[in-house]
Structure formats: structure tokens, C-alpha cells
Design a protein around this ligand. Sequence first.
Ligand SMILES: Nc1ncnc2c1ncn2[C@@H]1O[C@H](COP(=O)(O)OP(=O)(O)OP(=O)(O)O)[C@@H](O)[C@H]1O
Ligand SMILES: O=P(O)(O)OC[C@H]1O[C@H](OP(=O)(O)OP(=O)(O)O)[C@H](O)[C@@H]1O
Length: 341
Amino acid sequence: MIDPIRIALPSKGHLYEGAVDLLKAAGYKVRRASDRQYEATIGGHPRFHVVFMRPTDIVIQVQEGRCHLGVTGMDVFAEHQAEATDAVVVEPDLGYGGCRLVVAVPESWIDVTHMLDLVDLTTEFKAAGKAFRVSTKYGTLTQAHFRRWGIYHYQIIHSEGALELHPTLEIADIIVDLTSSGTTLKDNRLREIEGGKVLDSAACLIGHAPTLRELVAEGDTGPLALLLDGLDGVRASDGQLLLEVAGGPEEGHQAAAVAAYLAQHGAQHVVRGEVWDERGRSCWRVTALVAAGRLTSYQRELMKLGARRVVGLPTRFLFDAEGPPSTFDRLREHLAPHPSR
Ligand SMILES: Nc1ncnc2c1ncn2[C@@H]1O[C@H](COP(=O)(O)OP(=O)(O)OP(=O)(O)O)[C@@H](O)[C@H]1O
Ligand SMILES: O=P(O)(O)OC[C@H]1O[C@H](OP(=O)(O)OP(=O)(O)O)[C@H](O)[C@@H]1O
């Protein structure tokens, strides 16, 4: 039996808080003594042991099986995927840490707006005997992207940070870096070009395949299933309200009209039923799942249709038999030995 189950989380930065918050929402509260402490426990789940590392180290340690699960960036995983043959993606998008890896050029290069312009430019550099230099932390992904556009004459300058400065300091001609709001590129007078998106990334959950097979064998009440089900439930409920619309005692067709209105306006799982008020009179109630941001735009119309009360309750977990297969079931299927054809 795998014990402890070691889960690696980002120690700080863009991916740290989201990981700890998501686990907490799923019922796995990380107990870390201080932000300088690199180990932690999870309240109520003694088999889990948390270690904190940088996103790149998480991919390496999961690949080597020292950590069994890890939260990292999809960008980092994709960059190291070729070496990480024992690491598998359990969940590609945990719903936070979104960013893009992009090709950016100096704003002053007004003639360069598309990847195809780089084909010409890199050829001109080569003809003039100059190296076209690309600064990035993502050499492998950059090379694959440039190859797709037929660009071969350039030199990668590997760098770990503050790449946006490189064109100004003439360390490089262009950069391939992460962006989310776009502020850093803009503030450093750089601009994304068309066709220059290398990758969309988000925080992801990865695991060590041989260990995951053993954990999957503990079945759907084992610790891995419970953790993944918890994360699924939290993510499915994100931004959803459980709406309760109540009316009556007079009946008519109010409940049907309210249910039809909600169904037409994107609500899900619309259910109506009979309830009784404190005086024992028959009333109606409609419940549905709605996007939290839309409730206020519904409520006036619901009142006009006869509702007396509209309540939006936050949801914490959502499990839906008609929803997509669970992460645990997908993983079990993915790791199952397939008979050779
Ligand atoms: N705007 C953003 N800029 C950079 N990274 C982002 C952004 N938004 C989300 N991320 C994610 O955060 C990860 C980087 O996290 P952070 O900067 O905390 O780590 P780091 O210590 O620089 O990483 P490493 O150890 O890999 O150098 C990225 O790989 C990416 O997945
Ligand atoms: O599009 P934006 O929202 O402006 O974010 C992008 C910037 O954020 C990251 O840097 P970070 O602050 O993590 O520092 P780093 O250079 O040390 O990675 C990334 O490398 C970009 O520089």
C-alpha cells in the first residue's frame, strides 16, 4: 500500500494559492506551519503528505516517483513531457493559473505582425550572417512551434526570467514567454504576433503512472478516488447557484411558466414540485442550477410569473450522473492494460 501518498504543490507564485484553495474547498485543508516550511499535512487525511516545490521540480519528482501526485503548470509539463514518460496528466485544467505562451516582438517592428513575417526575417538574418536570437525558458515548445511555421534559422537563448528586457538589452531579438493580462509585454514595448500562440496553459494535476495504478486498484472508495471526486465536485459547482423559486398557494400555471422560463434561459436541472406552507396549503416550488452571475437578471421576470420568493444558495459540490465521466473513471480507463491488437 502506498503510504504516505506524496502530493507536490507549488511552493509560491502564480500556482500556489489556487492549489491550496482548491484542495481546501474539496475538504483537504493543507496544514503548513509557515511559508518557509516545505512539508505539510492534510487535516483529516493522514495518508496524504504534502511537499512544496517549484513547478519544474514537481514534474521531475513526479516523473521519478518520489512524488505521486503534483500540481504544476501545463506549460511546464508540456516543455518536459518528452523526459517525463512515467508522468501522466490526471486533470489538464484545474480551473486556475490560466496563461498563454506567446511569441512577442518589439512594438517598433511594424512590419512584423505574423509568424510568416518571421520566416522572411530569419532568412534575411541568415543571409546577412547574423544570428536571430530568441529568448525563452521554453526551448522545446518554441522549437516545435517554429518548426510548424517552417522557421529553422534562429538561436535559442535560454533564460529563466525577466525576458521582456532582452530585446532592449540586445540579448535577444524576440522572446517567447508567458502572458496573461498582457501588461508586462505592453509595459516593455513588446507585442504578440498572429500565429504566435505556442500553448494555452492552466494549472494541472499530474501523477506518477506506476503509483497511480496501485492507487486506482484501491477502488472507488480509496484515497485517490475520494480526492479526485472531491476536486470534480468542487470544479463542477464553481460559479453555480442552487435556485429555489417558491410560489402559491394559488396554483394556476405559475410553476410550469417559471420552469419553462428558467429552462429557456440556460438553467439546468429544472425541477418542480408541490410543497405545503405553514397553514397546510398546497404551494409550488421550482429548483434549478443557474450561473451565479445571471440570477439578478432572472428574478424580476420570475416575480412577474408569480414567484413569491427567489433564493440563490451557493453550491459547494456538484455530482451529476449525466455529466462527463469522473476524473477517477477516466484515469482508471487510461491506466488499464489494453489487450494488444
Ligand atoms: N501571468 C503568468 N505569468 C507566468 N506564469 C503564470 C502566469 N499565470 C499563470 N502562470 C503559471 O505559473 C507558473 C510559474 O509559476 P511561478 O512563477 O510561481 O514559478 P517559478 O518559480 O517561476 O517556476 P519555475 O520553477 O518553473 O521557474 C507558470 O509555469 C504558469 O503555469
Ligand atoms: O501578462 P502579465 O499578466 O503581465 O504576466 C506575464 C508576466 O508574468 C510572469 O512573470 P513573473 O511575475 O512570474 O516573473 P518571472 O519573470 O520571474 O517569471 C511572466 O514571465 C511574464 O513576465
